[in-house]
Design a protein around this ligand. Structure first.
Ligand code: ARG
Length: 464
């Protein structure tokens, strides 16, 4: 047991209590952020005359040495310390002696951990944003390639109207674009430095909090010391944004799983991204898509868990908040893994164009257009709807598509039909006449693709 606070105690901590209380097994993840935060703190203390220049230099060199040794594996972060903060301070004192004892001047672990978690989370947001951007780049490429790949669009998972693959993928492009927007917003809102808030009530030392904030790349310092140590809102909104990313990935996965079935055969998942069965030799399973869909639950769980942890906490710091870490880290790892694998799977997936086009033709997806044809020839829409309903019924009985009927058969249903009906209900017409902004028609789609290309160029990395 190695802890920072033995002075007031007369008995050793029970070992089980110690283990239950300790956080080093998971907060060692932000060792680097902890040390960078300490270095900024020390620089500020020296600027304010709280530490001498010499003390500053010795402490900085000491922390740099620890950081280097941890990174190259020479120094192991031992679980015998209570948390990462205690580890760094103890090793520092061990290495440089008395000046090391001044590191924690004007600071509490409460503002320190608030800072570390923010620094770590900022980096994770950037990484996750980068991965969403890579997914958007792949989607953009596929959209450019598939503005003429006709497929059925669905409502209620029933064939509805013909669209293109570019249009279908474009829906996901919009979702992931909004996901990035949420990450940008959260980053901006959370980017204020809590360091210098002390345990809860600031400190009597003349700290320059704005200076520390600036050294660490924050927009400024937080404005209430109690809020600074008690705020986990930014994690909650981030977990909500991550849950939404997972929800989008999960919907997309579900579609890929359906498209990959023997019945649909719209796609073929690359061998590198599928798995076999131990018993059924013919199987090629969409496990990656299923796992992404499955892992969504973990991320939702993290969000609900943290909301529940926070709901009854009086101000300011409470140890309950230590529970913010493991589940958030797990959510970061899960989202990053899922994004990377999903993007790889999508990037290598083959689309079966003839099969998609045949599916669009076989499901009366042009029935609305047939009704519109009648409307354009003076039939009121409600009547046209009824006529085409009868026409579809006739087609089902005959086992034919609308365009496979002879003009004679068509006229048997409505005398309004003329030779130009065939052109009007062709897949090409059905798709390419839909030219409202955001619709699947090729020209409309190209306009949107161009706008999105510009958006991607304007929104490179979150932080340069
Ligand atoms: N491990 C703690 C946490 O994650 C650090 C802060 C400890 N502060 C305290 N007063 N015990 O929240």
């Amino acid at each position: 047991m190695a802890q920072l606070w033995g002075g007031r105690f007369t008995k050793e901590t029970d070992q089980l209590v110690y283990n239950f209380n300790a956080s080093i097994s998971f907060d060692k993840r932000f060792y680097k952020q902890d040390m960078l935060g300490s270095m900024a703190h020390v620089r500020m203390l020296a600027k304010q005359g709280i530490l001498t220049e010499e003390e500053q230099d010795v402490i900085l060199a000491g922390i740099e040495g620890i950081l280097k040794d941890v990174e190259c594996g020479k120094l192991e972060i031992s679980d015998k310390y209570e948390d990462i903060h205690s580890f760094v301070e103890a090793v520092l004192i061990d290495r440089i002696g008395d000046p090391g004892k001044k590191l924690h001047t004007g600071r509490s672990r409460n503002d320190q951990v608030a800072l570390d978690m923010k620094l770590y989370t900022r980096d994770e947001i950037c990484e996750i944003d980068g991965l969403v951007r890579e997914l958007l780049v792949v989607l953009q490429r596929l959209m450019e390639e598939h503005t003429q790949t006709v497929m059925p669009g669905f409502t209620h998972l029933q064939k509805a109207q013909p669209i293109t693959l570019a249009h279908h993928l474009g829906a996901y492009f919009e979702m992931f674009k909004r996901d990035r927007g949420r990450l940008f917003d959260i980053y901006e809102r959370m980017n204020y430095c809590p360091l210098g808030s002390g345990a809860l009530a600031g400190t009597t030392y003349p700290l320059d909090r704005e200076y520390t904030a600036e050294l660490l790349g924050f927009e400024g310092a937080t404005l209430n010391s109690m809020d600074s140590v008690a705020d986990r809102d930014y994690l909650i909104e981030l977990l909500s944004a991550l849950s939404t990313i997972m929800m989008h990935l999960s919907r997309f996965s579900e579609e890929i799983i359906i498209w990959n079935t023997n019945e649909y055969r719209f796609v073929e998942i690359d061998d590198a991204y599928s798995t076999g069965s131990s018993i059924m030799p013919q199987k090629k399973n969409p496990d990656i898509a299923e796992l992404v869909r499955g892992k969504t639950g973990r991320v939702y769980g993290a969000l609900i868990s943290l909301l529940t942890t926070m709901k009854g906490l009086p101000l300011a710091y409470n140890k309950d908040m230590q529970e913010d870490k493991e589940l958030t880290f797990d959510a970061f790892d899960t989202v990053k893994g899922c994004l990377a694998l999903f993007t790889g799977m999508l990037d290598t997936m083959k689309f079966n164009k003839p099969q998609m086009a045949a599916s669009a033709r076989n499901g009366f997806t042009n029935a609305t257009d047939a009704a519109d044809y009648l409307v354009n020839h003076g039939v009121p829409f409600r009547d046209a709807h009824g006529v085409i309903g009868r026409l579809v019924l006739y087609c089902i009985e005959q086992g034919k598509a609308i365009e496979e009927l002879s003009l004679e058969e068509l006229k048997g249903i409505s005398l309004v039909f003329e030779e130009d009906i065939y052109e009007a209900v062709s897949m090409d017409t059905c798709v390419n006449k839909r030219l409202t902004l955001g619709a699947p028609g090729e020209r409309a789609m190209e306009q949107v693709i161009q706008r999105n290309r510009e958006w991607l160029e304007a929104h490179g990395k979150l932080v340069d």
